[in-house]
Design a protein around this ligand. Structure first.
Ligand code: ADP
Ligand code: MG
Length: 244
C-alpha cells in the first residue's frame, strides 16, 4: 500500500459561470514529486489553491494528511498547516528581517518558543543556502534569495506537502537555477511536492510524475519520460512544442 498524502477526488471549481476545474482526480504519495504543466488559464493555480483551501472547491473532495479539507466541519487553520505554499511572488514581510519572517508564524500559529522558532528557522535557512543572511531585510536580497527565504519560511512550519506555484516565473533568468537547485535538494531529501512549473527540463529531471492540464482536466499523466519525452495526446504535443 502506498502512503497517500494528498487525495483529490472529482474536484470541480467554478467562478460564477466559468467552470475552471472539471473533475480532477489526483493522488500524491509520501515523498513523491508531482509536476503540473499546462497552458496559462488551464486551472493549475486554482488546483493548488483548492488543495490548501485558499479557494473553496465547488465539488469533490480534497484530503491532505489526516485532514479532509472539504469537510464542512474541518478545522481550517489546522488543515491549512499541513501545506506549505510558495507563490510566484514571494510575499515576504518587507518590514521584517529574514529571521523574523521565518519565526513569526511559528510563534503565532504553532506556539513555538522564540528559541525553538529560531533554531528551526536557522536550520531551514541553511537548507536553502542562506545561513549567513538572517539579519538581512528582504529588499537587500535578490529575487532568487527572497524566493529561497519564502521556501525556508514554508518549511519552518513542518508541512506535510509543499505546494509550489510557478516559483521561478518572476525571477531574472540567472536567478532561476539557485531556486531550482533548492527544490532539487528538497526532492532528494524526500519532501512531498506538488509543483506547477514552466521549467520543463526541471520537471523532466526531478518529477516522479508529470500531469498535463488543459481546460480544467488532466489530459495526460505519467512518468516524465513519457509525458514530456513521448506524449500521446495531441494537446500535450502542441503545448510542449510551444514551450520547449
Ligand atoms: P493557471 O494557473 O493555469 O494559469 P488559473 O487557475 O489561475 O490558471 O485560472 C484558471 C481560470 O480561472 C482563469 O479563467 C481565471 O480567470 C479564473 N480564475 C482564477 N482565479 C479566479 C478568481 N479568484 N476569481 C475569478 N476567476 C478566477
Ligand atoms: Mg497560475
Amino acid at each position: 500500500m502506498t502512503d497517500t498524502v494528498v487525495r483529490v477526488t472529482d474536484l470541480h471549481k467554478s467562478f460564477g459561470s466559468n467552470h475552471v476545474l472539471r473533475g480532477i482526480d489526483l493522488e500524491v504519495a509520501r515523498g513523491e514529486v508531482v509536476c503540473i504543466i499546462g497552458p496559462s488559464g488551464s486551472g493549475k493555480s486554482t488546483l493548488l489553491r483548492c488543495v490548501n483551501l485558499l479557494e473553496v472547491p465547488t465539488g469533490g473532495t480534497v484530503v491532505v494528511g489526516d485532514h479532509e479539507m472539504t469537510d464542512p466541519d474541518v478545522d481550517i487553520d489546522a488543515a491549512r498547516r499541513t501545506t506549505g505554499m510558495v507563490f510566484q511572488q514571494f510575499n515576504l514581510f518587507a518590514h521584517l528581517s529574514v529571521l523574523k519572517n521565518l519565526t513569526i508564524a511559528q510563534r503565532r500559529v504553532l506556539g513555538r518558543s522564540q528559541q525553538d522558532a529560531e533554531r528551526v528557522a536557522r536550520a531551514n535557512l541553511e537548507r536553502v543556502g542562506l545561513a549567513n543572511r538572517e539579519n538581512a531585510m528582504p529588499r537587500q536580497l535578490s529575487g532568487g534569495q527572497q524566493q529561497r527565504v519564502a521556501i525556508a519560511r514554508a518549511l519552518s512550519m513542518d508541512p506535510t506537502v509543499m505546494l509550489f506555484d510557478e516559483p521561478t516565473s518572476s525571477l531574472d533568468p540567472e536567478l532561476v537555477g539557485d531556486v531550482l537547485d533548492v527544490m532539487r535538494g528538497l526532492a532528494r531529501e524526500g519532501m512531498t511536492m506538488l509543483v506547477v512549473t514552466h521549467e520543463i527540463q526541471f520537471a523532466r529531471e526531478v518529477a516522479d510524475r508529470v500531469l498535463f492540464i488543459d481546460g480544467g482536466v488532466i489530459v495526460e499523466e505519467g512518468a516524465p519520460a513519457d509525458v514530456i519525452g513521448a506524449p500521446r495526446q495531441e494537446r500535450t504535443r502542441t503545448f510542449l512544442a510551444r514551450v520547449l
